[in-house]
Design a protein around this ligand. Structure first.
Ligand code: MN
Length: 714
């Protein structure tokens, strides 16, 4: 391989190429690498030439070939990238730089597998030619791997098997893939490789004779049909594929059909079928081995007729029949062999779409014969509206161009979106309005609880750009508003029920009482204040009163009255459980009276001049001013309990509120806890309306020191 061969080859498919420019690149590379040799002992430039040559097999453009010749110059010589830029322009410099960066890939060392693929993908998104050069470079390195130390051989072979062969496969570059796999196997499974190679070698003379015989037979028979194949020959053996069939499928070497395989290229589609007919009439077809990919091309445009027959001397032989156009497509990578030869191969849909796109473009490239247009279209058409970014695990996510980390977070999972608080791109914290770029690796920083911010919906801030994320954020707030109102409503209602002494209230019954379909709607209405507490209290108390007002009871602890009993209570003129007319003096309504707070029996009403009261034995704290009053007919007794931090004048204040409402306080008692100084004042109020009760409770509630004022029921 010398430069002239290369130039001739370029000229054969690209007559417009500037061959002088290619030659200058060669001369620069040759001079720069001059003192260096490869591990094989050959001058370094042989490597550059081989890489360029491989790319001419793919009919690549002038810049790519030039970049291939120069690809190791900046890294391995003293000539800097700037010189290449000056001499050969930006395109070439970018390609060389891309290849140099890709050479940093080291599987399982400083980078993970996913990270390597990410870099590869990034390079591809930037310019697919970088990857094509890299593959050609790797191919030659594999071809000369024998010259390296065994440990290096194994590492590089493994890397090739795990990254570069699958990549070549995905790109549909069948020949490169096959060679990379066979060479890798040679270093990874030297014994197995050798075994298969030997089997092929032992067989080789036989096979060649056999193939030659078969071809001769076929040619003669085809000539009778006036068909003269353009090409007819054996197919290159794929050792790794044979290895897989033997190891994985447990087949004998002799049972593998493609050990004997021929490929026939004829001028027209019609001829393909004629040839097929002739073959099937000559030899018995093996059932299940016939595929018509001409009538039914594979998704990636691959076309061919495939069959296997029991050939001469009873040996199985595989046959492929196609036109030159079909052959071209297959060789250029349209044939996605990996689809059916790699069962269980993981296929990323986004990546696959991309590759299908590339295949179509490659096919299209056959027509336009200018790879530069192909590459440009790759850059513009595929990557214009979309960006391809990576999860921390290396999964590819396709996003609309302009998407932000929040968009990405919502794309991954709604919960991740809701809890997104920050983002790292390629390991660095970025602002949330950062625009994702192809190749970015995004890590979303989340909080454990909480939701999105309303700011996210502000278009001016540019934090969210996808319709999907916006929709999810709106949905969140809608749910959130309702959930908050329900929670709030529940708290309000529980508090009120507690206050009204209706703790046991059943929410469902209440919802029904207020004609709501369900409890949540009811609570939401309360939370939103569509339903006022006043309305609820009144309706509840009225409803409860209609049932049967429970008789209030005296609380058990001994009451202790504060020292200033000048408060005036009003009493009804009849006995009830909590107030008794004293039998010693039998006061009548209208008599001046005074109340005596008994231990456990409520208030006894005495005449002011009763000797039992006037005596010094009476604890003055237990006396309470009392007056008669005509009772409201509608009044009903309600037991109210007030909890407060004890203070002087508390009872006085409470009595004042009650009096101001013209409500009778028929009983009252107070106890103060020794340790917590909490006074519990219990009183029976003659309430005439629900409104009145809530009003009184509200007022007492607002008194200083009062913790709680509520109705108690038995
Ligand atoms: Mn190289």
């Amino acid at each position: 391989m010398d430069i002239q061969t290369l130039l001739d080859k370029i000229k054969s498919y690209n007559p417009e190429a500037n061959l002088d420019r290619v030659r200058r690149a060669y001369e620069l590379a040759n001079a720069a690498h001059a003192p260096q040799t490869r591990s094989t002992g050959e001058p370094y430039i042989t490597h550059s030439l081989r890489v360029a040559h491989t790319l001419t097999d793919l009919y690549l453009d002038e810049d790519t070939i030039i970049a291939a010749l120069l690809h190791d110059v900046p890294e391995d010589t003293t000539v800097p990238l700037e010189t290449l830029h000056k001499e050969f322009g930006e395109q070439v410099a970018k390609l060389v730089d891309g290849v140099t960066k890709l050479s940093g890939l080291r599987l399982g060392l400083e980078q993970t597998h996913a990270e390597s693929l990410r870099k590869m993908f990034m390079a591809m998104a930037e310019d697919a030619r970088v990857v094509l050069i890299k593959l050609a470079d790797r191919l030659h390195n594999m071809q000369t791997l024998f010259a390296l130390r065994p440990d290096k051989q194994r590492r590089i072979a493994r890397e090739t098997m795990e990254i570069f062969a699958p990549l070549a496969n995905r790109l549909g570059m069948y020949n490169i893939r096959r060679e990379l796999e066979d060479l890798s196997l040679k270093y990874l499974e030297p014994d197995k490789h050798k075994e298969i190679e030997n089997l092929l070698l032992e067989d080789q003379a036989d096979q060649q004779t056999y193939i030659a015989e078969t071809i001769k037979l076929l040619r003669d028979r085809l000539a009778e049909e006036k068909i003269f194949p353009l090409e007819i020959g054996g197919r290159p053996k794929h050792i790794y594929s044979i290895y897989n069939k033997m190891i994985r499928k447990g087949r004998d070497f002799d049972q593998i059909y493609d050990i004997r395989a021929i490929r026939i290229i004829v001028a027209s589609v019609r001829d393909c079928y004629v040839v097929l007919g002739v073959i099937h009439s000559l030899w018995t077809p093996i059932p299940g081995e016939f595929d018509d990919y001409i009538a039914k091309p594979k998704e990636n445009m691959y076309q061919s007729l495939h069959t296997a027959v029991i050939g001469p001397r009873g040996k199985p032989i595989e046959v492929q029949i196609r036109t030159p156009e079909m052959h071209h497509i297959a060789e250029f990578g349209i044939a996605a062999h990996w689809r059916y030869k790699e069962p269980g191969a993981r296929v990323d849909p986004a990546f696959e779409n991309k590759i299908n796109w590339m295949r179509q473009l490659i096919e299209w490239q056959q027509d336009i014969a200018d790879a530069r247009v192909f590459v440009d279209s790759l850059k513009t058409d595929i990557f214009q509206d979309q960006v391809y970014v990576f999860t921390p695990k290396g999964d590819i996510i396709e996003m609309a161009a302009g998407a932000t980390p929040i968009d990405f977070a919502y794309h991954v999972h709604t919960e991740i979106g809701n809890r997104c608080r920050g983002a790292k791109v390629n390991g660095k914290i970025v602002p949330l309005d950062y625009r994702l770029k192809t190749g970015d690796r995004i890590e979303i920083l989340t909080t454990k609880k909480g939701g999105p911010s309303r700011d996210w919906l502000n278009p001016g801030l540019g934090l969210v750009r996808t319709v999907r994320a916006r929709g999810k954020i709106r949905q969140y707030f809608k749910h959130q508003a309702r959930a908050e109102a329900i929670t709030e409503g529940r708290v309000i209602l529980e508090k009120e029920l507690h206050r009204l002494g209706l703790d046991q209230g059943n929410f469902e019954e209440l919802a029904k009482l207020f004609e709501f379909k369900n409890v949540d709607d009811f609570l939401e209405a309360i939370g939103h204040e569509d339903l006022s507490l006043q309305t609820i209290s009144v309706r509840l108390l009225d409803a409860e009163r209609e049932k049967a007002p429970p008789a209030p009871e005296m609380p058990p602890p001994a009451p202790i009255m504060p020292k200033a009993p000048e408060v005036t209570l009003t009493v009804k003129g009849v006995d009830n459980l909590l107030q008794h007319v004293a039998h010693c003096c039998n006061p009548l309504p209208g008599d001046p009276v005074i109340g005596y707070i008994t231990r456990g029996r409520g208030i006894t009403i005495h005449r002011r001049d009763c000797r039992n009261i006037v005596t010094e034995d009476v604890e003055s704290e237990r006396l309470i001013a009392i007056d008669w009053e005509k009772t409201d007919e509608r009044a009903y007794p309600v037991l109210v309990q007030v909890r407060a931090f004890d203070r002087a004048g508390l009872i006085h204040d409470i009595s004042g509120i009650v009096s101001a409402e013209h409500v009778n306080m028929s009983t009252a008692s107070a106890v103060t806890g020794r340790s917590d100084h909490i006074a519990i004042i219990t009183a029976t109020l003659e309430i005439s309306s629900a409104d009145q009760l809530t009003r009184i409770l509200n007022k007492i509630d607002r008194l200083p020191n009062v913790v709680e004022a509520r109705r108690v029921t038995s």
